[in-house]
Design a protein around this ligand. Sequence first.
Ligand code: C2E
Ligand code: MG
Ligand code: MG
Ligand code: MG
Length: 284
Amino acid sequence: RSKQNGRGTYSFFGAAMNDRIAMHRALIHEMRHGITAGEFFLEYQPRFDTRAGTVRSVEALVRWSHPERGRIAPGDFIPLAERSGLIVPLGRWILETACRMAVLLPQIGISVNVSPVQFRDDMLVETVEAALRQTGLAPGRLELEITEGVLLEDAERARATLDRLKQLGVKLAIDDFGTGYSSMSYLCDYPFDVIKIDRKFISGIDGSENGKAVVQAILSLGKALGLSTTAEGVETDSQLAALAADHCHEVQGFLLSRPVPPERLPQILAKANGLPNRGGETLS
Ligand code: C2E
Ligand code: MG
Ligand code: MG
Ligand code: MG
């Protein structure tokens, strides 16, 4: 009887698994087509100076508008893009598009997420260099957001890549800080400029005194190492107040602004940075 159940269970999961694999294959195929068909676009989420309330930079976030399936979240297609290697051409397009947009907004910086698979690609440094050269963006205005995971596999190679990126003049941020392993040693040993504190810790601020203490500890670590600190996923006034009180440099989250299409940025900048709003006709 148990054997029968076991077999039933097996075939049930087997079928579900086959469906998943078929679905993933279809999505990868459609992604390959979608990249050239212009189905991908970028939104930008402002990062605010905690004290001044001005926008210091924006983070590029990729979106996929599928002609039949509708909007697909990055959490659903980035892993497939990584597995299939499509993240390399997609990532190149993201870098170029984001840099081209940033040239139109000279008062702020741009940050771009780099997947671990892109990071391991031999051509990453050349790709970044080409994006800067082709768009004319000053390297110091580009920040690359890298997760701790990339540092796990081949520490020496990771260091060489980070050093070469650093030599281009771009800034390096450690994204989702605190969600990986051995974060502390990475911060000391690698040339990062910015810590982005993961949303998990920011939401913990409202929960308990301990949650607040963890964020304070990360902020003092950043300060001791001379790094700039950014809080991700700020959703409440009390989180913002606590981060300001503890001298977190930058805040980002739905409380301040959701990711927006580029046409919306001039208006947001006009409001936050007191710059003349010349409209967004030139941004796309
Ligand atoms: P991430 O780089 O840590 O980006 C932050 C994510 O949190 C974004 O989700 C953003 O929309 C979301 N977020 C921002 N503020 C809040 C908030 O206050 N509350 C909540 N609940 N969420 C907030 P998104 O755009 O769905 O991206 C998810 C992840 O997918 C990113 O995490 C990043 O790892 C990856 N991703 C997105 N765009 C790109 C890209 O262009 N290239 C690569 N390689 N990865 C990307
Ligand atoms: Mg990021
Ligand atoms: Mg993040
Ligand atoms: Mg994240």
